[in-house]
Write a protein of this length. Structure first.
Lengths: 163, 111
């Protein structure tokens, strides 16, 4: 029998659902546009606000926020645009990141610390450390990456709340 | 120590985010690679950098950094100033290098 983990505030309640056991699940989806540096960080900032509102443990907030931000920046810098889906319930927090391409030819290489395909202009802004994907994997409890060149890249990142 | 006090002790110029002057500062972090800083800076730290693009505010927000000090009078674009004001994150500036600022801060720490 699940216990209600926390009491959502009004603004969060509108996008949450409760199952028969009283377990609250919060679900949101956000669009992220290619090259949208002006709005970079807005999505991860909103995700962080929700987690703070519902009282997620601070260390988990930090890990999820870092992963969300890296994912958001990757969509902006490297992809043709995409979306971030955020799911939160007492057991887990999950981020599903999907873009429209261009896809990653060599995933193992992309996962290597320090490897980056960022352009010179983007590096001058302080991006392109080549730490994005490795950081996401390290922050998370489960990390799944799939990609097809010319089609999409999809990340599923899971954080356990109960441990 | 709070941001306002550090501002005075280090002779920093307040560029934006005055509403955050009472924020507590605990430690210092120096870095210019945004992902690196976001992954490693601790909450409440003062962040010294020469990066001035808009995204430094996102990094400060994600990492719960207390304030940002721009070293070597690096030029700060209007949109960065505007965002710092919107978010209430103190954006400070100094003509000193990161090293000189750090040395001064270490001196302040020792008092």
């Amino acid at each position: 029998m699940h216990q209600v983990f926390y009491t959502p505030t009004d603004s969060v309640e509108q996008i949450s659902s409760t199952n028969n056991d009283g377990v609250v699940t919060i679900q949101r989806a956000y669009a992220v546009e290619k090259n949208d540096f002006k709005r970079a960080g807005e999505v991860s900032s909103q995700i962080k606000k929700i987690m703070k509102q519902v009282g997620v443990r601070p260390d988990i907030i930090r890990r999820v926020s870092v992963a969300a931000y890296e994912a958001e920046m990757n969509i902006i810098i490297h992809s043709d645009g995409g979306s971030i889906e955020f799911v939160l319930n007492p057991e887990i927090i999950k981020l599903v990141i999907l873009d429209r391409g261009p896809g990653i030819a060599d995933i193992e290489l992309a996962m290597k610390e320090g490897y980056s395909t960022a352009s010179k202009d983007v590096r001058e802004l302080g991006f392109g450390a080549g730490m994005g994907l490795p950081n996401m994997k390290r922050c998370s409890d489960e990390f799944v990456i799939e990609s097809e060149v010319g089609k999409f890249t999809k990340l599923q990142i899971t954080f356990h709340q109960s441990t | 120590m709070i941001v306002e006090e550090l501002c005075q002790k280090l002779d920093l110029s307040l560029i934006a985010g005055a509403s955050g002057l009472q924020r507590e500062v605990d430690g210092v972090y120096i870095g210019d690679m945004l992902s690196w800083v976001m992954g490693r800076a601790q909450e409440k730290q003062l962040w010294i950098t020469i990066q001035t693009n808009l995204n430094i505010l996102a990094v400060a927000l994600m990492a719960d950094i207390s304030c940002i000090v721009i070293a070597e009078n690096a030029e700060i674009p209007a949109e960065t100033i505007e965002k710092a004001n919107d978010e209430g994150i103190p954006l400070l500036q100094s003509s000193l290098t990161a090293y000189q600022l750090a040395a001064k801060l270490a001196g302040v720490d020792a008092q």
